[in-house]
Design a protein around this ligand. Sequence first.
Ligand code: FRU
Length: 500
Amino acid sequence: MIVPMLMAASTMLSPVAAEPVANPRPTYHFAPARNWMNDPNGLVHYDGEYHLFFQYNPHGDRWGHMSWGHAVSRDLTTWKELPVAIPETDVMAFSGNAVIDWNNTSGLGQNGRPPMIAIYTGFNPETKNQSQFLAYSNDRGRTFTVHGKVLDIGSTEFRDPKVFWHAATKRWVMAVVLAAENRVSFYTSTNLKDWTHASDFGPMGARGKNWECPDLFELPVEGGRPGEKRWVLSVNLGDSGVAGGSGGQYFVGDFDGARFTPVTNWGEAPRWMDWGADFYAAVSWNDMPAKDPRRIWIGWANNWDYAQDIPADPARGLMSVPRTVRLLKTADGYRIAQAPVSELERWRTGHKTAQRIRLGEKPVALPVTGGAVELQVEMDVGAAEHADLVLTDAKGYQTVIGVAPAANEVFIDRSRSGPHFHDSFTGRHAAPVDLKSGKVKLRVLVDQSIIELYVNDGTATITDRFFPGGGDLKWSASVRGGAATIRKLDAWTLAKPKAR
Ligand code: FRU
């Protein structure tokens, strides 16, 4: 065994080494200290703590040995990583979610305290069977006891349960995918252990090799009828996403505790959660504090097309920032809008502001520095071909955030953002945005190797990783084929707030 491993290592050291890719650890995005991470799992709030479990390989920086890693936070932005919560056994612990069983319907509570219940997919590497497992914790998520399998339909493509309490029918509901069939199955239960099939939804909208990681929640409709509420069903696709590879879509409709029905005229056109290449498997927190009406989700900032080849820092895996999700009724129908959680504003330091910056073909420097930055700009772009915010590294690599009125789109172009490491990584990802007014608002979060772009109050988002060649990032802006002005700019460096 040892000899071939040494040979492999020496081959790797042969002088074909490409230019090193710089990848400093993120400042305000969650990444584990080391090893591989994919989907967020088990998002639940309990006793003042937000839990973020995640798909984790404790033994390496590629996918494998899937277990539930664990981190907790009191403010959704400063995270403390804890030991693995649910380790691999004879089954790997695939994606799933967690609830607080307030009424002890499962009977697994202790000393009058409700148990934290994780429901997740157990993947048997030998049979390839995927079935739903229950594990419970009586110590605030620190350790879990595996109760065992609770739902098995003999399938190899049955995964990613999202469970929540449906108050109107006083039952637990599970949304889970029949991945290869592009369906979401709904099950109900009174005790989290016995599950009854209720209905199936799909295929509809974007189809692909598989559907994964569903979520279902109700939101008030802003701009709708007084008191109107609708349900959002989100579904991720392993391939065939809008920016290539993995992506997420959503449906808006009604849910009666058993069946999801999209609103009339929803049609087949997919509504994308995000227009970038790196926002996947987003799921939302259960059991938010009683006084907090927000729906907050977090996504894995990666894409199965190249996930295992991105540079490690030394961890390989990063989450988006937690985002509030709202539901709007617009002229085009129901649409979600996303924003970074307001808790992130506590990270702002060194406020810089500027007004009326006239752009030309020659780039003008923006009063922003560093790799952990929030930028808000209001731009008049008129009918210019495109107006760009450009991030340039010390080696001359550039990542471009562009506004293209003629095409009615906003984009991130990372085709020359750093040394090449994967063919599917380079590219340009655009969101359709109505720019007829000649005005646009951009909110840009940059954190070393990730851009989260929120356009026009988050009605479109583009999330892309980028891996520059090294050195400080410099910000500039320019315009092509017309005139553009930054009417107002606000920028902050984001740094960890001092403990209160
Ligand atoms: C989504 C996914 C899930 C699965 C998990 C395995 O990224 O493929 O469907 O449960 O990752 O790690």
